[in-house]
Design a protein around this ligand. Structure first.
Ligand code: HPA
Length: 272
């Protein structure tokens, strides 16, 4: 794994003239619009990056974008990899390992999710305060590579509290209503049954999605600070579970994306 990371990192450094990004961004379903706000310096299709899997889901175009956002050097993944696509946990999280090797210490992750919290509305933004890993596995299973992080990483502040507060402040300054809450990550690709949504709410999750948790675990293993933001694209609230489709998830995410992009841009601007 160390060799693969080193090889990929070297290839990216050659293609990007040692740009040295400070922030990593992973854009979820329908949330690629943030790229419009980036003053793009380099755009690398995943096919051109050695060891990178190629994204297969509709709505994920699969590019690594290098540029300036909020005056800071960022590397954004337009399109992420999901466990339900058949990749291993190591493949899904490989880009986060590469980010760390490139010197990135702060990761911003975004996603679309279904909300179980009855106080949530469709289209609302939720700042992620914590997560519950409901994947049947964990990207750190196997022999620990001590150079990459500790065997038993601390997860007591997976999502940095300071960033949560800063994001709330930014949202309030721009009159954007945001909620905070816990994201449950599971495999998909089915959306949940009413009984599953009810179960997820009862175990303490406010929303549910099919991503984010693996990447955040690996980011924390590498000692990175994490900010997470979710767009509630549908509701799995007890008594009002409606049908949900990927098209609808993409549509709502795209519609609400400018607000999320503003929060991420301002946050990056303000983090030193
Ligand atoms: N469940 C799981 N993943 C999702 C959902 C959902 O309701 N909405 C968007 N991603």
């Amino acid at each position: 794994m160390l060799e693969q990371i080193a090889f990929t990192t070297k290839s990216i450094l050659e293609k990007t003239q040692n740009f040295n990004p400070e922030f990593g961004i992973i854009l979820g379903t329908g949330l690629g619009g943030l790229v419009k706000e980036i003053d793009v310096k380099y755009s690398l299709p995943y096919e051109e990056i050695p060891n990178f899997p190629v994204s297969t889901v509709e709505g994920h175009s699969g590019k690594l974008i290098y540029g300036l956002l909020g005056g800071k050097r960022v590397m954004a993944m337009q399109g992420r990899f999901h466990f339900y696509e058949g990749y291993t946990m190591q493949q899904i999280t490989f880009p986060v390992r590469v980010m760390k090797a490139l010197g990135i210490n702060t990761l911003c992750v975004s996603n679309a999710s279904g909300g179980m919290n009855p106080a949530f509305k469709v289209g609302e933004i939720m700042i992620i305060t914590d997560h519950i890993n409901l994947f049947p596995t964990n990207p750190l299973i196997g022999k620990n590579v001590n150079e990459l992080g500790p065997r038993f990483p601390d997860m007591s502040e997976a999502y940095k509290k300071e960033y949560v507060q800063l994001a709330q402040q930014i949202a309030s300054e721009h009159a954007i209503e945001v909620k905070t809450g816990v994201y449950a990550g599971l495999t998909g690709p089915c959306f949940e049954t009413p009984a599953e949504y009810r179960y997820l709410w009862r175990i303490g999750a406010d929303c549910v999605g099919m991503s984010t948790v693996p990447e955040v675990i690996v980011a924390k293993h590498g000692g990175m600070n994490v900010f997470g933001i979710s767009i509630i694209t549908d509701l799995g609230v007890e008594g009002i579970v409606e049908t949900v489709s990927h098209e609808e998830v993409q549509h709502i995410a795209k519609q609400q994306e400018p607000k999320m992009s503003l929060i991420v841009r301002e946050l990056i601007k303000r983090i030193s």
